[in-house]
Structure formats: C-alpha cells, structure tokens
Ligand binder design. Structure first.
Ligand code: MG
Length: 496
C-alpha cells in the first residue's frame, strides 16, 4: 500500500511535469510567439495535451487510484494521502464519464467556433456565431447528461469549475445580492461621477511602478516575472515559477496597475501553495472561485482602499512627476471607486460587474435547460442589460459577443467571478477582525500580515477542503453574500 501511494505520487508528478511543459508553450504563445508560428504551436500543444489525457485515463492508472480508494486501504492512509486519492478520483471520474468521441467533437467544434466568434464580433453580427453557439449548447447538454445531476443539467457544468456548486446555490447567493445592487445602481445614477484630469503616463515609469508594487505586495520576482500580453493573465508551473502579465495604457495608469495587482493576487496563491505536496492535489488550487477571490481581494479590498491610495499617491508623484499628477489622493480614490454602468464586463466597476455575471448566469442556465435557443440570446441579453444596468446595447460586439468563453465551448464558468467577489468580501471581513490596524499598515506599505493570513488560511491547504468548507474553515461562517453587499453599499452611500 505504501508502495502504491508512492507509485501514485510519482505518476502524478510525471503528469504535472508534462502539464508544466504544455503550460509553458501557452505562456510563450501569449507573450513571445512570432505571428506565423500559431498553427504549428497549436499542433504541438494538441499532441501534448492528447498524451496527457491518455496518461490521466490510462487503465492501470485508474485501477491504482480505485484500489487505493477501497475502504480498508483508504482508511489506513494518512489524511494528506486520503486527500490525494479523493481528489484524483474526482478528476478521473469526470474524465471517464465523457466519451472520447465527445471530447474530439468538442475540440473540433471549438476550434471553428473561435474563428466564427472572432469574425462575428469584428462584424458585430451575432448570426455568424449563432449556429456554433447552438452546437456548443447541445454538446454541453450531452456532457451534462454523461456527468449526471440531480436538479439542473447546469449543475454538472458548474461543478467542473467550482466543486459542489449548483444552480440553486448560485441563485441563493446571487438573487438577494443583485436585487439590492439594482437599487444601489439606480442610486449611483443620481450621483456625480468622479473624474481626474487627463494625463500621459510614461510606459517605462509604469513598468517600474508595477514591478515595485507587485514586489511590495509579496510577489517573489525570483519565482516569477511580469511581462506584457493583450489580455493579462497568471500562469503557474511550480511555486518557484509563477508568471504574470499586464498591459499598459499611456492614458490610464490604473489599467496596468489594477491588472498587475489582480494577477499578483492570483500569483501569490500559486507561490504560496505547499512545495512538499507538489504534483498532487495538496499543492493545487481548489477552484476558480477561490482563485478569483485571491485576485479580487488584492485588487478591490487592498488596491482600491483609501489606505492603499494614500500609500500609492506619493509613489505616483515619484514615478510620473508632480506635473503629471494634477489631482489629490482623495480625488484619485473617488475616481478609482466610481460606479458607472458599462456595456463591457471587464471594464465594469465592482458594483455593476456582478449584474453582468447575473445576466450571463441566467442566459446560460436557460440555454442548457432548453428554455431558450441560441437565436434568442441577443434580444434577451439587451433586455437584461437595460433592466439591470439602465443602458442600451448599441451592437452585439458590445453585447452578447463581447466574451470569449462560449467560443471556447465553456458554459458554467461565469458564476465563479461573482463567487470570487463574494468569497473575497467574506475573507476580508475576517482578516480585518483578526488584524485590527490593517488600514494603518496598508498606508505604510506593509502588506505582510495580510498575506500571512491568506497563506495560513487559504494557500497552504491546496485542495484539502472543498471551496465552501475552506471558506467556513477560514471565516467561521457559511458562504454568504452579505459581506460583499455591505462593502458595496458603503462604497455608494458613504464613499468608503
Ligand atoms: Mg482573474
């Protein structure tokens, strides 16, 4: 048995190493790839991904895990090894339920769908993408049937991104939150939107500032690097190699800095995973929602706080010069926290962002449950934007075609964004109780105790607990949206 668990750990390590190689090709593709190299790179990645899938679904590998899961064997394992067996089995079972022909069909469809989506978005013509979305919905419906569910087929999809999440749980969290947010958005519409004077922010200075802030927050540049890519992201190979990207705009320094802080949050989670369980679920992030909570807590609760802005303000003057920073720290704070409905999800503020997620959740669930068809999506989308945000969608590129997710064949991903916001608010509430002088420390640029709390309560556990259990364990409370609502209310009502 000891030998078997050792064999399992070794096999997992091999799979993880191969996965790192695939991931590195992906990083290189986003950051460095020559224009003509995309097709060949795609072929290399597809081949390696297929090899990886083979290793994961190899019979002897599955048998090894299933044998370790037999009661008399399992009970004798250490608690860490039990986590490994339980979680690997979870991954295998999902993979096993989906027939290979569906995986292949889905890969072929999504490679075409991506091109169709890109063209549809460029021409702002939903009908170009519609037949692909129709097929993607069908494939996801089939997948849900293979996976199985009790209440809604959408549950089977959600579970892939957030173990244990169901449509009902999403509704229980989102409905009370968003019905209050609708009122807050109407209230915010009556208020004057803060602005700051236009300025040009030197790119070289921005790069230095972004690096300095990431390092100050705790990002280890000896175990990572910061590069530029069209869409900022974090990619991990090992806790000693976690890379982030950002993108610079000369008109708005926050576009890069906000992204850098967000990605730093993701990266701190990866850099903080335990080294000794590397290759196994003990050293893997538990879910997309928890991952997003780590980025949002730094971006929104640290980065947009009054105390952080007080810390940042003199640095802005140092890096860009007094002649560039023609506004006060207080004006900057108000501008960073402005609430203004935007048609584009990724450009939205903390309050309205969640309405974007609600409408995507409602549309995806209706599609999967067969209540609506792909062709109904744009009208429904536009009506919901009008209802939730009070604005008109002028074209599909700014509406139902704005996100890449569906073109990748992915449904059930969006709710994890708001879930990340909900988790982050709940975690922040607990941290601020555990560390009473938190804002004083932020003002001084001391983020160490804050990071130490996250390391101790979240990062070190890997996949030991399921997401809901992890939040309960860290905060002593069941997952609830009340902390996020309180946080957003105070932003609008008290300007805090
Ligand atoms: Mg993120």
């Amino acid at each position: 048995m000891k030998k078997d668990i050792k064999t399992l750990r070794d096999k997992l390590l091999t799979i993880t190493r191969l996965g790192s190689a695939v991931a590195l090709l992906g990083w290189d593709e986003e950051v460095n790839l020559p224009k003509k190299a995309h097709t060949y790179r795609g072929e290399v990645q597809a081949q390696l991904a297929a090899d990886l899938h083979k290793k994961m679904t190899d019979r002897s590998f599955i048998k090894l895990v299933e044998d370790l899961n037999k009661a008399e064997v399992f009970d004798a394992l250490t608690s860490g090894d039990q986590v490994i067996v339980r979680e690997v089995l979870r991954d295998i079972e999902r993979a096993k339920k989906i027939p290979e022909e569906l995986v292949k069909e889905s890969a072929e469809l999504t490679s075409q769908a991506f091109g169709a989506w890109a063209e549809a978005r460029q021409k702002s013509t939903f009908s170009i993408f519609e037949p692909y979305l129709k097929k993607i919905v069908k494939l996801n419906q089939r997948e849900a049937e293979y996976i199985g569910y009790t209440e809604s087929p959408y549950d089977a999809l959600l579970d892939a991104f957030e173990p244990g999440l169901t449509a009902r749980k999403v509704e229980d969290l989102f409905v009370p939150l968003t019905s209050e947010l609708k009122k807050l958005i109407q209230q915010a519409a009556q208020q004057k939107i803060p602005t700051i004077p236009k300025a040009t922010y030197d790119r070289v200075a921005q790069k230095k500032l972004n690096e300095a802030i990431a390092a100050k927050l705790g990002y280890d540049f000896e175990a990572g690097r910061l590069d530029v890519s069209p869409h900022p992201f974090t990619i991990d190979f090992h806790p000693t190699d976690v890379r982030i990207t950002t993108r610079y705009s000369e008109e708005d320094f926050w576009e890069a800095l906000g992204s850098t802080i967000h990605e730093t949050g993701h990266a701190l989670y990866q850099q903080g995973l335990p080294l000794d369980g590397f290759g196994t679920p003990l050293s893997e992030p538990v879910s997309l929602g928890i991952h997003e909570s780590q980025s949002r807590i730094w971006e929104n609760f640290v980065g947009k706080s009054r105390s952080f802005v007080e810390y940042l303000y003199p640095l802005l003057i140092d890096y860009f010069g007094k002649q560039t920073i023609q506004y006060s720290s207080e004006e900057l704070y108000a501008w960073l926290n402005r609430v203004q409905p935007n048609l584009i999800r990724v450009e939205s503020d903390e309050v309205t962002y969640n309405m974007h997620i609600l409408l995507r959740f409602e549309i995806e669930k209706s599609l999967i449950e067969g209540d609506i068809n792909a062709k109904d999506v744009p009208d429904l989308w536009n009506a919901k934007v009008k209802e939730y945000l009070g604005i008109n969608v002028s074209n599909d590129a700014l509406g139902a075609l704005q996100d890449i997710h569906w073109s990748h064949g992915t449904l059930g991903y969006f709710p994890t964004y708001t879930l990340g916001n909900i988790y982050s608010a709940q975690l922040y509430n607990s941290i601020s109780k555990a560390i009473p002088n938190l804002s004083e420390q932020f003002t001084k640029g001391n983020f160490k105790p804050f990071l130490a709390w996250l390391r101790k309560e979240i990062h070190r556990y890997g996949r030991t607990y399921q997401p809901e259990e992890l939040i309960k364990h860290a905060t002593g409370e069941l997952v609830s949206s009340k902390h996020l609502l309180a946080h957003l209310e105070s932003k609008i009502n008290k300007g805090e």
